[in-house]
Design a protein around this ligand. Structure first.
Ligand code: ZN
Length: 283
């Protein structure tokens, strides 16, 4: 499942093909994904220029010169592929259409952007740009973890009195937007905090250390995604899924990487999801 760094990598990969460019034609090959597409979506996209390609949490937001914003959510299995050679950056021939190519953007610059999603948990919507922040998916979101509104005092205030495990608190999208299972596990490892510890029981000083650590964990992953974009000439044009090594995630029964710890990475289930941590050095 793509998390914030993967979505940011997709956004950066789409930018040269889409930002500032006109959608000459949009093929919408089915009526819905997770939810029905907005009415006349293909028609409303045709001829629109993408003025800005942004991101909020795990949503890609394409501001159009029509006054509408196209919201793209990759869901569990959504993939975006760029083909064509708009700026000499992509050398991929247009592939044959595949079974789960649900939406295809034909850009006026010759690029083709394909959204493929076998499980159809993804979503697209068109919303008025002026009131985009009030959209039901966006209005519930807390601050961006890489933005200025995510700071030590915000996290300390959000955790105060909370009786839920810190793992669940960090997955709460109203506290911080876009953090998912993988990067929460990694951030808690770097902070030396057990995922089982109650959020409200952690000292303010320790909570404060989480802020720069979360930023660093995400930045490191975005950097790894950036490296994957550079390999595009050799790759198949698919954006956003890249090789990245984790310290605890997916490393059950393997030795802890904290120097001198000697502990073993353990997996537990919290709220139905796996948490990976070292019980020795995460307290
Ligand atoms: Zn350890």
């Amino acid at each position: 499942m793509p998390e914030l760094p993967e979505v940011e990598t997709v956004r950066r990969g789409l930018t040269p093909a889409m930002e500032g460019e006109v959608i000459e034609r949009a093929d919408v090959n089915r009526p819905d994904l997770r939810w029905p597409f907005p009415e006349r979506m293909a028609e409303r996209l045709t001829g629109a220029r993408v003025q800005r390609l942004g991101r909020r949490s795990k949503y890609i937001l394409a501001d159009l010169d029509t006054g509408e914003t196209l919201l793209i959510h990759l869901g569990m299995s959504g993939r975006m592929t760029v083909s064509g050679d708009p700026l000499g950056q992509f050398v991929h021939d247009h592939p044959m259409p595949e079974k789960h190519d649900h939406v295809v953007f034909h850009m006026a610059n010759g690029a083709r952007v394909t959204f493929n999603d076998p499980r159809r948990f993804g979503a697209m919507d068109l919303l008025p740009t002026a009131t985009a922040a009030e959209h039901k998916l966006l209005s519930v979101l807390g601050p961006e973890p890489l933005g200025n509104d995510f700071h030590e005092q915000h996290l300390v205030d959000s955790f105060r009195g909370k009786n839920t495990p810190v793992k669940s608190a960090l997955l709460d999208q109203g506290i911080v937007a876009g953090l998912g299972n993988i990067y929460v596990c990694e951030a808690l490892f770097r902070a030396g905090i057990s995922p089982r510890r109650k959020a409200g029981k952690i000292s303010a000083a320790r909570v404060a250390t989480l802020v720069p650590i979360i930023r660093q964990v995400l930045s490191d992953a975005i950097d790894a995604g950036g490296s994957s974009l550079k390999d595009f000439r050799q790759a198949d044009g698919e954006l956003g899924y890249f090789q990245h090594s984790f310290d605890v995630y997916g490393r059950e029964d393997e030795p802890c990487r904290t120097p001198g710890c000697g502990g073993t990475v353990t997996r537990i289930t919290q709220s139905g999801r796996s948490s990976f941590y070292c019980p020795q050095c995460q307290r």
